[in-house]
Structure formats: structure tokens, C-alpha cells
Design a binder for this molecule. Structure first.
Ligand code: GUN
Length: 281
């Protein structure tokens, strides 16, 4: 079994991006800039944002975090986004989710200039991705995709099963696999026989938020299994895949932690650089 080392893959991607930033700096005399807006004091969000800032600095991006208290008015956030939209030094804008209840998430996402939407959540980018046009691609599915391609460069004709249909992960993951000519099945909480669907799959991406849902006897021989889950349990953090069981049957599997997570942040940096490059044309 190949244990897919997301930490190593992310470090390699960051090294490539660092070189690219240095080249862009010498060519344009400026570097791509990432601005993250963090609202409230949820601990996981604070940890994510700190990691994003650290990684951005490591590859040489200009990085800024704007913090607001939980009580901030929606209008203040929308005005800040407008300001960042017209700031030439800002290549990418990310508003960390989740947001407090009184702030309309969709309004915030749609306020971001699609050309600076490093999350790929704006309807314009969602539409472009599903139409096969150039777009920002949500960071987690992009990271999963890059890990899958490392194991199996030619995905054409492969059967892929995506477990979960969220806008953040499941749906964009499906689009990326379709683009690679996979036959894709999206499964969800109303799927009749999830085990039977998974048993057909050459590739499984589990992004559903149910601890250890995918079991060892759901896996076809030589399947590639990508675990997007981060679930807090009494036994610590576990993924959506039962690691011990699935590692006996799969050809390749991502661990949790150390699989998809590190790639997500590296892909955010990649998206920021790609937004910068598109803005320079
Ligand atoms: N919160 C958890 N994951 C994400 C993500 O990918 N983007 C944003 N903006 N917030 C998140």
C-alpha cells in the first residue's frame, strides 16, 4: 500500500511556488499578495489562518490578515472587500468560513472580485469550472486532484466515487475528475447502497464529515482512496475513512492528518499566484 504523503507533496509544491514567486518578482518587480479576513475567535479558524499566513510568507508572498470581532457588521466586511477588490497589491482575497450567523455568507462570497477569489467559491468561478473554462479551483479538491494524479497520471475511463456533495469539496471534486474523463458518481446521505457504489470505484474521495464511514470491505482491489475528513472523536482526530481497515485493501491512501490538509494550504498559495499571473496579462 502506498501511504500518500501530503506533507511531502505540499513541501515540494511550496518549493516550486517559491521559485515561481522569485521569478515573478524579478519580472514584474512585485510579488503576489494574499489577504485573509478572519471574523470571530473560533479556534480552528484561527489555526487555519495562522498556517495560511506562515505558508504564504514562506514562499515569498505578501500576506495580510484582517481580523474582526464576532460582532462586526456585515456592511463593514462588504466595504472592506470592495476596498481590497480595487487594491492592486492584493492578488487574492479569502474570507475564512464559517461566518457568524448575522453575516450572509453568499453575499460575502459574491462581493469578492471573481478574479481575486482564491477559494473558487464565487458563482462565476463555480460556473467556469463546471463549463471547463479557466477558473480558480477550490483548494481542497485541487489538492486531492494533485495527489491522485501523482499516483495515477492517466485517469481517463476510471470509475470515481465522490462521497459528499458540498460546494466546498464534493461538487468541485466531481468537476475535476470529469475533466480528466473519469466516470464519476456523486454519493450523499440519501444514496441507497453506499458500500455497493464504493466497491465499483477505482478512486474514492471521501468528503462527508462522518468519522471512519468508509470501511475495508467497501474497497475494490487497487483503488486509490483520498480522505478529506477531519473529525474530532474521543479517540482523537480521524478521517472519513477507516484507516486501519482500508490500508489493507487500497492501492494508495491518504492519512489524516498529513494527507489532504497540507495540500489545501499549498493550493491556496498556488491559486494566489495564478490570480496574480492572470492580472498581469
Ligand atoms: N473554512 C474551512 N475550509 C475553508 C476553505 O477552504 N476556505 C475558506 N474560506 N474557509 C474555510
Amino acid at each position: 500500500m502506498i501511504l500518500i504523503d501530503g506533507k511531502k507533496a505540499a513541501a515540494e509544491l511550496r518549493a516550486e511556488l517559491k521559485e515561481e514567486v522569485a521569478e515573478l518578482k524579478s519580472k514584474h518587480n512585485k510579488v503576489p499578495g494574499l489577504t485573509v479576513i478572519l471574523i470571530g475567535d473560533l479556534t480552528p479558524s484561527q489555526i487555519y489562518v495562522r498556517n495560511k499566513e506562515k505558508s504564504a510568507n514562506e514562499v515569498g508572498l505578501k500576506s495580510e490578515v484582517i481580523k474582526y470581532p464576532d460582532s462586526v457588521e456585515e456592511k463593514t466586511v462588504l466595504e472592506k472587500i470592495q476596498e481590497l477588490n480595487s487594491d492592486e497589491t492584493v492578488s487574492g482575497i479569502l474570507v475564512q468560513l464559517p461566518l457568524p450567523k448575522h453575516i450572509d455568507k453568499q453575499k460575502v462570497i459574491e462581493a469578492i472580485d471573481p478574479s481575486k477569489d482564491v477559494d473558487g467559491f464565487h458563482p462565476m468561478n463555480v460556473g467556469n469550472l463546471s463549463s471547463g473554462y479557466e477558473s480558480s479551483i477550490p483548494c481542497t479538491p485541487l489538492g486531492c486532484y494533485l495527489l491522485i494524479k501523482k499516483i495515477e497520471p492517466n485517469l481517463s475511463g476510471k470509475k470515481a466515487v465522490v462521497v459528499g456533495r458540498s460546494n466546498l469539496n464534493g461538487k468541485p471534486m466531481t468537476q475535476l475528475l470529469l475533466k480528466e474523463n473519469c466516470t464519476v458518481t456523486i454519493t450523499h446521505s440519501k444514496t441507497k447502497d453506499l458500500k455497493a457504489e464504493c466497491l465499483e470505484a477505482d478512486i474514492i474521495v471521501a468528503a462527508v464529515g462522518i468519522p471512519e464511514l468508509v470501511r475495508g470491505d467497501w474497497i475494490k482491489k487497487d483503488a486509490i482512496v483520498i480522505d478529506v475528513g477531519i473529525n474530532k472523536t474521543d479517540n482523537g482526530i480521524v478521517g472519513d475513512v477507516h484507516f486501519d481497515e482500508v490500508s489493507k485493501n487500497a492501492k494508495a491512501l491518504t492519512p489524516v492528518p498529513g494527507g489532504v490538509g497540507p495540500m489545501t494550504i499549498a493550493c491556496l498559495l498556488k491559486n494566489t499566484i495564478d490570480c496574480f499571473k492572470r492580472s498581469q496579462i
